[in-house]
Every structure is written in C-alpha cells, then in structure tokens.
Design a protein around this ligand. Structure first.
Ligand SMILES: [Zn+2]
Length: 123
C-alpha cells in the first residue's frame, strides 16, 4: 500500500501535497478546480497566477501513456488485431479516462513543486 509521506499518496488520494491531510480539490475531483489553500495546514496551492497551466504538459504525457497502453493492450489481448478495432477501443478508453487525467495532472504538477512536511499540521 502507498504510505503517507510519498507523493503517490497525495496523487492517488487527492490530498494536500504538503500535509497529506486536507482535500486538494474543491468539490468533485473531475471538475479540476483546485482549492485556494489547504484547510488543514493552510498551505497556499496557487503559487502564482496561472500556476496550473504547466499541468497541461503533464496532461499531455498522461494522454500519451493512456493511448500507448490502450494500443499495446489491444495488440496483446485481441486475437486478430484490426486497426479499426484498435482505434475504436483506444478512442473509447481515452474518452472514458479524459475527465480523470486533467485533475490528476494538476495534482501531479503540484507535487512537483510542493514537498511533504510532516510538521506542517503542528505549525
Ligand atoms: Zn495541507
């Protein structure tokens, strides 16, 4: 299991990258709206205006990984790989996962710039 203190814990549980306690997103994660600050440790999530525009690069990378995984999965699992089926399955998988990739890219982007601080809750 992923332990508290690792960046993967923050990414997969949508928790604050600093304290791993407070929620990172406002409301539902697939909407992708990041809170202004953490409710638990008061860490400010917006380092500067348009800070999360850099997460588009992460979203692009996640999209490429998703497409390649779909294509390789089709080539391995389909008995007779047909390009039409591969395209259809890849498009379907990416349409289904697209709402999750963008919020995930934002929290990955935040974890690049914020570090876990065990003492953040007591400060
Ligand atoms: Zn926090």
């Amino acid at each position: 299991m992923i332990k508290k203190g690792s960046k993967l814990y923050s990414v997969f549980t949508n928790r604050c990258p600093v304290c791993h306690q407070g929620e990172f997103f406002e409301g539902r994660p697939y909407k992708g709206s990041v809170r202004h600050h953490c409710e638990s440790c008061q860490a400010k999530f917006q380092k500067e205006p348009a800070f999360y525009q850099g997460s588009y690069f992460v979203a692009y990378g996640l999209g490429i990984i998703s497409i390649l995984t779909s294509i390789v999965g089709c080539l391995v699992l389909l008995p007779t790989p047909n390009p039409d089926y591969i395209f259809a399955i890849t498009a379907l998988v990416n349409i289904v996962f697209a709402p999750f990739l963008y919020p995930m890219s934002k929290i990955i982007w935040a974890n690049i710039f914020f570090s876990y601080n065990k003492k953040a809750l007591s400060e």
